[in-house]
Design a protein around this ligand. Structure first.
Ligand SMILES: C[S@@+](CC[C@H](N)C(=O)[O-])C[C@H]1O[C@@H](n2cnc3c(N)ncnc32)[C@H](O)[C@@H]1O
Length: 296
């Protein structure tokens, strides 16, 4: 028996006081209709329904839609192991695209945690469709789902994936346990042989870069650190960029708007973005002319 669930959201309605009431009413209507037509009553399963129906009420307009994805699309299926504060996969991909990353330059994330930025970068560079290895979509439970057509589409998308990277991608972190997680996550997309992951602290001992490239990173925002420690961390990031990253285009994504001032470099771009509810900035530091150009 096919199960279903209703997800209702009500805004500015005079008819419905709350979303739950709208959901209940829609559920009853569906159950009644099936009982009339077939004599059988479909069951509700809110945890893992076969069919998910969304009801959106805005003033007197009601939109009823079928959810074709199920688990949200940003969950691409590779990140089974997480660091303490991972970025959403789609946010990491958005940061890379706003930064202008296309795979035509080397990329380093020296505070990579569970590896989201390097993995999303590799997917962009290799032309890999975001949910290529995801096994389940809600539309697979629909009556008109055509598995052969789906297999053909997936096979086409797989054949469009490049086999190797033109420029290296490196993820490093001071924590050896998160580096293991990043490696395992990359393995799920068969990217473990392409992305380099290393346990390495990001400070002035970090090996200086030889050619040009991009650095994109998401340092801790400091919830678990005291203020002086987080200021020291961000000022160390600025010093390391100055000393070891000449020729690089560096991007820092942070939700600590005070701490980023301690980087001590003048950003050539500041972009407001949100990480869930946290207001963040994506800051660009062009290290092309060495320390002189970017210094305050
Ligand atoms: C906000 S998390 C990064 C999360 C990552 N973007 C992801 O999606 O999983 C920040 C990371 O910075 C690392 N970190 C903090 N200080 C560091 C340092 N000095 N050198 C290298 N890594 C550091 C932490 O171990 C942590 O994994």
């Amino acid at each position: 028996m096919t199960t279903f669930a209703i997800d209702a959201l009500v805004n500015f309605s005079r008819t419905f006081d709350n979303s739950m009431y709208a959901g209940q009413l829609a559920k009853d209507a569906i159950v009644d209709r099936f009982r009339e037509e077939t004599g059988a009553r479909p069951s509700v399963d809110t945890s893992d329904p076969d069919i998910q129906i969304n009801i959106h009420v805005n003033k007197n307009v009601i939109t009823v839609s079928l959810d074709s994805s199920g688990i949200p699309l940003h969950k691409r299926g590779y990140r089974m192991e997480q660091s303490k504060a991972p970025l959403n996969e789609n946010l990491a991909a958005g940061i890379l695209l706003i930064a202008g990353y296309t795979g035509d330059r080397a990329l380093i994330d020296p505070m990579c945690g569970s590896g989201t930025i390097p993995i999303e970068a590799a997917m962009i560079a290799l032309n890999m469709a975001p949910s290529l290895y995801r096994e389940k979509f809600a539309f697979m439970n629909w009556n008109n789902y055509d598995p052969d057509l789906f297999d053909t589409v997936i096979a086409e998308a797989k054949s469009a994936v490049k086999r190797s990277l033109e420029f290296p991608i490196l993820g490093s972190d001071k924590d050896k346990y998160v580096i293991e997680k990043a490696k395992n996550n990359a393995k799920r997309l068969h990217l473990d042989n392409l992305i380099e992951f290393e346990k390495m602290r990001f400070d002035n001992q970090f090996p200086p870069v030889k050619d040009s490239g991009m650095l994109i990173t998401n340092p801790p925002y400091g919830e678990r650190l005291d203020v002086s420690a987080i200021d020291t961390l961000y000022s160390m990031i600025g010093d390391t960029l100055k000393q070891n990253f000449e020729g690089y285009d560096a991007f820092i994504f942070s939700g600590n708007l005070e701490a980023v001032k301690f980087v001590g470099l003048k950003p050539s771009m500041k972009r407001k973005m949100f990480n869930g509810p946290i207001e963040c900035r994506l800051l660009r530091y062009e290290m092309y002319g060495g320390s002189k150009k970017s210094k305050k």
